[in-house]
Design a protein around this ligand. Structure first.
Ligand code: ADP
Length: 487
């Protein structure tokens, strides 16, 4: 018997094409469409920031404004509707004070109040629409108030009682910690204080984890890692308690946006059958980077935020070794913390003929590096999922990555899995271990046949959103079963 299609409300603080700060916006912009393509009624809901203008999107008011119980009394909310290209019905929560007068997604002193308004308004909007989803999929701390309310007050209201919830952790680093006065503002004073919360504060990420029917994060390995004190960032005891409700689902990449056979920014487009054309992209990259044009020398590329979590503290000795051998070139594209800008400038001064650091954000150059470099290096200390390695593989650029989080789940080590590996991986967070992996990669590079197969396997790997969407649908069904046992 085929199961009936689900009704899903997808809640996020940001979504492409409306507002983007980080990877969450890519997920919220792509995943609902992929779930809809499987036949489900999924609707996206985000706040309407001042930057989301009606001359850019076809926005329509839905019904009259309604009120929600927050602050000393209530706030007026307008619900606005529009449809995304892929057909996903999207709702925007419009409130003048907290959203429409702001030109940024995050970074205000009253962010906790703003997202409390968003959460309470999204719940009220369902009654306003008279649309009851089977599941609410809440993403990151900004939306954690929703599963928290549903597992407390919501239980007393028959409209909400059997709505299941899934809470997705995109990054443990942002937990939404705020004073307990927020509960007065949100009119949720009876929300239970959790042992992992410091006295006097609410940790919204913790509340989402504690109250949702199911919890997931963006790779299976990261789902394991956050159970440890090193990566759990204080919430590991709570996650351990809920371990039987914790899952990992990899993010996908959008192959319409990332396709070396159709990418207008790739000088010489290619696919898995025409990999020989890649060498012309390498020449173009070497020219742009003002490195000597040598088709045989391996080019190691990196495209990254320059942040400690991305493994930047390993880089100086690694580059000293790599460039000191004279057997490779290195191209970096990245921006971030000033000390790492200085680090790459310093190494570039020592090896000007062998490396180029582009210290900026540049999507076009990123695509040229994916298409022209031979090796893609990701030495991350922590990596919930990671996109770079998946894009690199699809562009025939072989990943050399530290075995952590999503990197461990997407790249298989050639030596460990001889015959079907897709890259080279290492474990220890040390420069020596990274150098060891690069040495192995450079050795494999010299064997043209082995290297070609590594590239081909990477290009053929399926990291599409449709694979992730199927897994999310399984989790939604699981969440509805969990909810039924509670009601
Ligand atoms: P994170 O979200 O932690 O930054 P990911 O690997 O998940 O890391 O995603 C990074 C994305 O941002 C990739 O698509 C990468 O190509 C892109 N990116 C990072 N830095 C730059 C840059 N300086 N210029 C262009 N694209 C960049």
């Amino acid at each position: 018997m085929t199961e009936k299609p689900l009704k899903i409300l997808f809640l996020a603080a940001e979504a492409v094409p409306f507002a983007k700060v980080g990877g969450l916006a890519d997920v919220a912009g792509s995943l609902p469409g992929a779930i809809r393509a499987l036949g489900h009624d999924v609707r996206l809901m985000i706040p309407r920031y001042g930057t989301i203008r009606s001359d850019q999107f076809h926005l329509e008011n839905i019904g009259d404004p309604f009120t929600i119980p927050v602050g000393p009394g209530e706030e007026y909310i307008h619900l606005i509707g529009t449809t995304l290209d892929g057909g996903v019905q999207t709702y925007l929560i419009w409130n003048k004070q907290y959203f429409s007068s702001r030109d940024q997604v995050y970074g205000f002193e009253d962010d906790a109040q703003r997202f409390a308004v968003f959460g309470r308004a999204s719940l009220a909007a369902l009654k306003h629409l008279d649309w009851k989803p089977d599941v609410i999929h809440a993403n990151d701390w900004h939306t954690a108030i929703v599963p928290s309310w549903l597992s407390t007050d919501g239980r007393r209201d028959p409209f909400y009682r059997d709505v299941a919830t899934l809470f997705t952790i995109h990054n443990m680093a942002y937990q939404g910690i705020t004073g307990r006065l927020i509960l007065t503002f949100a009119q949720m004073e009876h929300l239970k204080h959790l042992p992992v919360e410091q006295p006097g504060v609410v940790n919204w990420m913790a509340q989402g984890i504690a109250n949702a029917d199911l919890v997931n994060t963006v790779s299976q390995r990261y789902a394991q890692e956050i159970l440890t004190p090193e990566i759990g960032m204080g919430l590991d005891p709570l996650l351990l308690e809920r371990q039987d409700r914790l899952f990992g689902v990899l993010n996908g990449i959008d192959y319409d946006q990332w396709n070396p056979a159709a990418d207008p920014n790739v000088p010489h487009r290619f696919d898995v059958e025409t990999l020989d054309r890649r060498v012309a992209n390498k020449t173009a990259l070497q020219q742009q980077a003002r490195l000597s044009v040598q088709p045989e020398i391996p080019v190691v590329g990196m495209i990254t935020r320059l942040d400690a979590v991305k493994g930047m503290d390993l880089m100086e000795p690694v580059l000293e070794w790599l460039l000191g051998t004279g057997e490779a070139q290195f191209v970096l594209l990245g921006t971030g913390q000033p000390q790492y800008h200085e680090l790459f400038e310093r190494v570039q001064d020592r090896f000007p003929e062998r490396m180029r650091a582009f210290l900026k954000f540049d999507d076009v150059l990123a695509r040229r590096i994916y298409a022209g470099a031979d090796v893609f290096l990701m030495p991350s200390g922590v990596e919930p999922c990671g996109l770079g390695q998946m894009i690199a593989m699809h562009y025939g650029c072989v990943p050399v990555v530290r075995e952590t989080g999503g990197l461990a789940d997407t790249v298989t080590d050639y030596v460990a899995k001889r015959g079907y590996g897709t890259g080279v991986t290492w474990t220890d967070y040390t420069p020596e271990a990274c150098i060891g992996a690069l040495k192995r990669a450079l050795k494999l590079y010299r064997d043209r046949k082995v290297w070609r197969r590594l590239q081909q396997r990477g290009m053929r790997a399926d990291f599409s959103w449709s694979a992730s969407a199927r897994k999310y649908v399984e989790l939604y069904r699981h969440a509805t079963r969990v909810r039924r046992t509670k009601t």
